[in-house]
Design a protein around this ligand. Structure first.
Ligand code: C5P
Length: 232
């Protein structure tokens, strides 16, 4: 897969999402459908957006016992999405079960990637709340290694960690990185952030960008700026 910008379509309903995508005319950006939209509208929104010709990253971040995740992935494999994900914290056994459930009878499947640590989590929360005493970066790299061992295609991580993930897991192991902000904008609730150009330098394969595009006065211009800065 080539590098690209994925727009996080964090909207409350189908009407807002489709009106937003209408603004792009014949352009078909890669879109991310997250929990808010999926829980509000259901699988139909995936089918509708796919029918319009978009590639889709279905970001539901599954995390449960292996058998439950396997069965849920079997359901998701019936949707024609390009990427799905889960939390690496669910263990290697859970990730391997997910992969099994996701694989269709003909052997095809969407790409499966794992969330290492959310980009809204910082060292303080990791240590004081999650009681994980290792440095954040070590945790991210260890979780990425587990995902690779389980046969997954990549991870969701901060752009700041992309290079090291590639060093540990290989160049073809995908790094999909949220936490991207333009140099002249605020951080919102993100903590471990980079600009699109910096994300490219750091080796991100895909950047996931939400509010800097969806809340922009001109979302199409913001998307184009983002692609230009990221793809060079
Ligand atoms: O608006 P913003 O650019 O912060 O959106 C980032 C998107 O990426 C959100 O949909 C968020 O749920 C998602 N995400 C994240 N950090 C992760 C995994 C997913 O921000 N580690």
């Amino acid at each position: 897969m080539a590098k690209d910008v994925i727009i996080a379509c964090d909207f409350p309903g189908a009407a807002e999402t489709l009106a937003f995508l209408d603004r792009f005319g014949t352009e078909k950006p890669f879109v991310k459908i997250g929990m808010e939209l999926f829980y509000a509208v259901g699988p139909e929104i995936v089918r509708q957006i796919k029918a319009r010709g978009h590639r889709i990253f279905l970001d539901l971040k599954l995390h449960d016992i292996p058998n439950t995740v396997k069965k849920a992935m079997r359901v998701l494999s019936g949707l024609d999405v390009d990427i799905v994900n889960l939390h690496a914290a669910g263990s290697r056994a859970m990730m391997a079960a997910a992969l099994e459930g996701l694989t269709r009878p003909d052997g095809t499947r969407p790409l499966l990637i794992a969330v290492t640590q959310l980009t809204s989590t910082d060292q303080q929360a990791l240590t004081e709340e999650l009681l994980i005493e290792k440095p954040l970066e070590d945790v991210v790299l260890s979780y990425a290694h587990n995902a690779a061992q389980a046969g997954l295609d990549g991870v969701v991580c901060s752009p700041l960690e992309a290079g090291k993930v590639h060093a540990v897991c290989g160049e073809s192991f995908l790094t999909v990185t949220p936490g991207v902000r333009f140099a002249d904008a605020g951080k919102d609730d993100q903590k471990r952030i980079a600009t699109p150009a910096r994300a490219r330098e750091l080796g991100s394969d895909y950047i996931v960008v939400g509010r800097p595009i969806t809340q922009a006065e001109d979302p199409v211009a913001a998307w184009q700026r983002c692609r230009k800065e990221f793809l060079g």
